[in-house]
Ligand binder design. Structure first.
Ligand SMILES: CC(C)(COP(=O)(O)OP(=O)(O)OC[C@H]1O[C@@H](n2cnc3c(N)ncnc32)[C@H](O)[C@@H]1OP(=O)(O)O)[C@@H](O)C(=O)NCCC(=O)NCCS
Length: 409
């Protein structure tokens, strides 16, 4: 079998999209799905695997901007639509696609790639690590009383159209303060708040806006009540789709509203930050059940020196990291990081004695502050080569809040 890897022309979009959908097990993809995807597709980053005159797989990328610890905003390739037809699986097609994709990213000077994984066993071999995690929670709303009063402010329900103009403005402010977050283009917002289900799924939603005492918008939420009855009694569920606020107080006010929707007995939310402060507001913290804790954004460091020199650090210090990259051997080597609160440099230093030795996937897990080096060491993923090196690395890479990405793509 000879499979060619090449980019896709715009007029090939329907056949390409059909192939990707088939790779995900869908026999036919609705025209609306194709039309929606075409609003965000970047054809020069849509790679196809072609066998003869047929598409047999693909992998594409979107040009996103990610917030790093310390606030730097950097380009990141949002890898998506990864699929290979069942006829061509386990024959190295994805390996070929990802080899070419990394070549392209190096050429473009993009130091980071990120993706949401369908299965968590696929991507480590390609150098991706768990960069951010998220959790699903649920609470019986009759046990959602708070310890403190809510901050002063007002809540409004707004139409989807109003949300479309209000949410992006606040989100853009908010995402700059949260490592792991991605900028959203107008096209992404159109999809997320459009008339179709949106990529967060689940049908029509209500949209809620919070204003501070001065009338400035400082948070918003989207939620869907799902009506249920048992023995004639309403036991409705409210599903919170997205909820962000300028601080924990604003988020508590948004949650309160969702908990208090009439006839609701249960509130649920997926993709919440693992350090959601809601638990600390509750009189009965045990009532907030974590129903799942999962990998969210897989991160691949493409350019180690570039990525390490651009993020912010919590302390001053130096560290030599021996990085192993079995998928892209040119990345393997020792890197010397000199970090301080005002900036950092990172250079290749292959002769230097390393402080820590680790796989590039695990550097991806530590990069945004999601996993400490000490934790990774305890998990067998980091080897300490000089005494207390993991603790020294933790002091540098520490972040106040867990990294979080609220965008799926
Ligand atoms: C995931 C997928 C794209 C892999 O494509 P592929 O062309 O079969 O991958 P490759 O042949 O290049 O695999 C490379 C290696 O990864 C392993 N691998 C790839 N996908 C795997 C999976 N889902 N489970 C277990 N191992 C997997 C292969 O066994 C192979 O291992 P080896 O080098 O030891 O032989 C393909 O299985 C698929 O389309 N799955 C359904 C859609 C999907 O889940 N896409 C991912 C969306 S995030």
């Amino acid at each position: 079998m000879t499979v060619e890897i090449r980019t896709v022309a715009e007029d090939e979009a329907p056949a390409y999209f059909r192939t990707i959908s088939a790779g995900f097990g869908s026999a036919g993809s609705p025209d609306e799905d194709l039309a929606e995807w075409q609003t965000v597709a970047e054809y020069d980053q849509c790679l196809a695997a072609v066998d003869g005159d047929r598409f047999v797989g693909g992998a594409s990328a979107y040009s996103f901007e990610m917030t790093l610890p310390g606030g730097a905003l950097v380009p990141v390739a949002g890898v998506s639509n990864v699929a290979v037809l069942p006829t061509h699986r386990r024959q190295g097609v994805l390996t070929g696609l990802f080899t070419r994709q990394l070549d392209d990213l190096v050429e473009r000077g993009v130091a980071l790639a990120a993706l949401n994984a369908s299965e968590s066993r696929i991507y480590r071999r390609f150098g991706y690590g768990v960069g951010t995690s998220s959790m699903s929670v649920q609470i019986d709303t009759r046990h959602s009383e708070y310890l403190d009063d809510l901050p002063p402010g007002r809540l409004h329900l707004v139409s989807a159209q109003e949300a479309r103009s209000i949410f992006p403005v606040f989100y853009d402010r908010w995402r700059r303060g949260r490592a792991g977050s991605l900028a959203r283009s107008d096209a992404w917002w159109d999809i997320m708040l459009g008339p179709r289900e949106g990529w967060k799924g689940g049908g029509e939603a209500f949209h809620l806006v919070h204003e501070d005492a001065a009338g400035e918008i400082d948070g918003y939420a989207s939620y869907q009540p799902q009506s249920r009855t048992e023995h004639g009694n309403f036991q409705s569920v409210v599903r919170v789709r997205e909820l962000v606020g300028a601080d924990g107080g604003v988020e508590a006010a948004l949650w309160r509203f969702c908990f208090d929707v009439d006839l609701v007995r249960l509130a649920r939310a997926e993709m919440r930050p693992v350090d959601d402060p809601l638990r600390w507001r509750l009189v009965e913290p045990r009532q907030l059940a974590v129903t799942s804790l999962t990998d969210q954004l897989w991160l691949r460091i493409v350019d180690v020196a570039g990525a390490l020199s651009v993020r912010g650090y919590a302390a001053t210090g130096g560290l030599a990291l021996a990085v192993e990259d079995p998928f892209r051997s040119a990345v393997s080597g020792t890197y010397r990081l000199e970090a301080g609160p005002d900036g950092a440099t990172c250079t290749r230093a292959d002769g230097a004695t390393p402080d820590l030795r680790l796989d590039v996937a695990d550097l991806g897990a530590a990069y945004l502050g999601g996993a400490s080096f000490s934790l990774l060491r305890a998990g067998g993923r980091v080897e300490e080569c000089t005494p207390a090196a993991a603790a020294r690395a933790d002091a540098l890479f520490r972040t106040e809040r867990a990294p979080y990405c609220a965008t799926t793509f």
